[in-house]
Design a protein around this ligand. Structure first.
Ligand code: SF4
Length: 368
C-alpha cells in the first residue's frame, strides 16, 4: 500500500486529472483495490429534516430563501417521522442516514436538542448517522458525538478562490473551522464539493488540495455534479459531462486513497455505464432514494437493479469505524452553553446571485 500523502500541490493534482483517460482509470482502479473491496459500495439515505427558507446565498442551492424556486419549505421533522424514514431506509439496504437541515449554523436550543434525539434514535437502530446542519462549534460537535453521531458533513464546495463567486454570506475559513471542530471528536468527517458551477479545472484541483492536505484526510468525500435548478443563480449552467465526473472521481481516489468517494448529486443525468465507470474509477458510496434533499435521484429499485447487474453489494454499517456509544440526554455531562459564535459574513456582491435575488423579488410581485 502506498503511504497517504498530505502535501499534494495543485500542479501534481492537475497532472493526475489531465492524464490520458485509460491511464488515469488504471491508476485509480489499482489504488482503489489496494484500499477497498471494489465490489462493495456504501449506501446512504439523505433525509431533509428541515427544508428551505435558508438565509445563506449559495448560488447552487434551491433552498436559499432569497431565490424563487419550487421548493416547498417545512419546519423541523419530528423524531417519530425521522425514525419511520430511517427504518424504511434500512429495509431498502441503506447503512447510513444523513440528515440535512437548511441552516446557516447550529443554534443551541430546543431544535438542536431535537436533532440530538434523532441521532440517538437512529444510532440505536444500528445505522450510521450523519448530519449536515451548517457550521458547528466545538461544544456542539461534542454533543453530537455524545449522542452517537457517526459522521458530520460539511462540504468545501469548491476551491477557496472560486468560493467567493458562489457564496457571499460566509467564508471558506468557517468551513475549515467547522471541520476542525468535528475533528476534536470521534465523529468522522464527510466533506467534498460540486463540479459544474462554472469553475475551472484549476479550481477543482484547488478543492482537492484543500481536502487532501487535511490531516487526517476526510473519511468521506462526496463529488456532486451541479443540478441546475430554475430560479437559482446557476440555472443556466451546462450539465457536467460524464468524462469530467469520471476524471474527478479518479483523481479524488488517487489523492485520497482511504476515503470513501461518494457519487452524489447529478446521478439521474448519468447512464448506468457512466456510473459503472465511476465505480471502476474509485467511487464506493452513493445516496439512495428518489430525492437528494430537494433534487431528483434515481429510485432505490433502479439502484438495486444496477448493483445486481454490476455484481456490487451494499456495505454493512460500521465496517470502516466502530459504532459510537449513545449517551442519553439525562446522563449527558455536556450542556447547551448558549453560544453565539461570530461566523464570518464577507457580504461581497456576486452578480449572478444578485440578479437571481432581483428576479425572485419580481416573481413574488407577480411581474415575471
Ligand atoms: S447549501 Fe445549505 S447553507 Fe447554502 S443555501 Fe442551501 S441550505 Fe442554505
Amino acid at each position: 500500500m502506498i503511504a497517504i500523502k498530505n502535501n499534494w500541490t495543485k500542479q501534481e493534482i492537475l497532472d493526475i486529472y489531465n492524464k490520458p483517460l485509460m491511464e488515469l482509470l488504471y491508476e485509480a482502479a489499482t489504488i482503489h483495490r489496494e484500499y477497498h473491496d471494489p465490489n462493495t459500495v456504501q449506501v446512504s439515505t439523505l433525509l431533509s429534516i428541515k427544508t428551505g427558507g435558508c438565509p445563506e446565498d449559495c448560488g447552487y442551492c434551491p433552498q436559499a430563501a432569497r431565490y424563487h424556486t419550487d421548493i416547498e419549505g417545512n419546519g423541523l421533522m419530528s423524531v417519530r417521522q425521522v425514525k419511520a424514514q430511517a427504518l424504511r431506509a434500512k429495509a431498502s439496504g441503506s447503512s447510513r442516514v444523513c440528515m440535512g437541515a437548511a441552516w446557516r449554523n447550529v443554534k443551541d436550543g430546543p431544535e438542536f436538542d431535537q436533532v440530538l434525539e434523532m441521532v440517538r434514535t437512529i444510532n440505536k437502530l444500528d445505522m450510521e448517522v450523519c448530519c449536515t446542519l451548517g457550521m458547528v462549534t466545538e461544544n456542539q460537535a461534542k454533543r453530537l458525538a455524545e449522542a452517537g453521531l457517526y459522521a458530520y458533513n460539511h462540504n468545501l464546495d469548491t476551491s477557496e478562490e472560486y468560493y467567493k463567486e458562489v457564496i457571499s454570506t460566509r467564508g471558506y475559513e468557517d468551513r475549515l473551522e467547522t471541520i476542525q471542530n468535528v475533528r476534536k471528536t470521534n465523529v468522522t468527517v464527510c466533506s467534498g464539493g460540486i463540479i459544474g458551477m462554472g469553475e475551472s479545472i484549476e479550481d477543482r484541483a484547488g478543492m482537492l488540495v484543500a481536502l487532501s492536505t487535511l490531516s487526517p484526510q476526510p473519511e468521506s468525500v462526496p463529488i456532486n455534479a451541479l443540478v441546475a435548478v430554475e430560479g437559482t443563480p446557476m440555472e443556466e449552467e451546462k450539465p457536467v459531462e460524464i468524462w469530467e465526473m469520471i476524471r474527478m472521481v479518479a483523481t479524488t481516489r488517487i489523492v485520497m486513497p482511504q476515503t470513501q468517494v461518494r457519487l452524489s448529486a447529478g446521478r439521474t443525468e448519468m447512464s448506468r455505464e457512466g456510473q459503472a465507470m465511476c465505480f471502476f474509477a474509485g467511487a464506493n458510496s452513493i445516496f439512495a432514494g428518489d430525492k437528494l434533499l430537494t433534487t431528483p435521484n434515481p429510485d432505490v429499485n433502479q439502484d438495486m437493479d444496477m448493483f445486481r447487474k454490476l455484481g456490487l453489494k451494499a456495505q454493512k454499517a460500521f465496517v470502516k469505524a466502530p459504532q459510537p456509544k449513545t449517551v442519553e440526554a439525562e446522563d449527558s455531562e455536556l450542556v447547551s452553553i448558549g453560544e453565539k459564535p461570530r461566523w464570518t459574513r464577507p457580504g461581497h456582491k456576486i452578480e449572478r446571485n444578485e440578479l437571481a435575488k432581483e428576479k425572485s423579488k419580481l416573481a413574488s410581485r407577480g411581474r415575471v
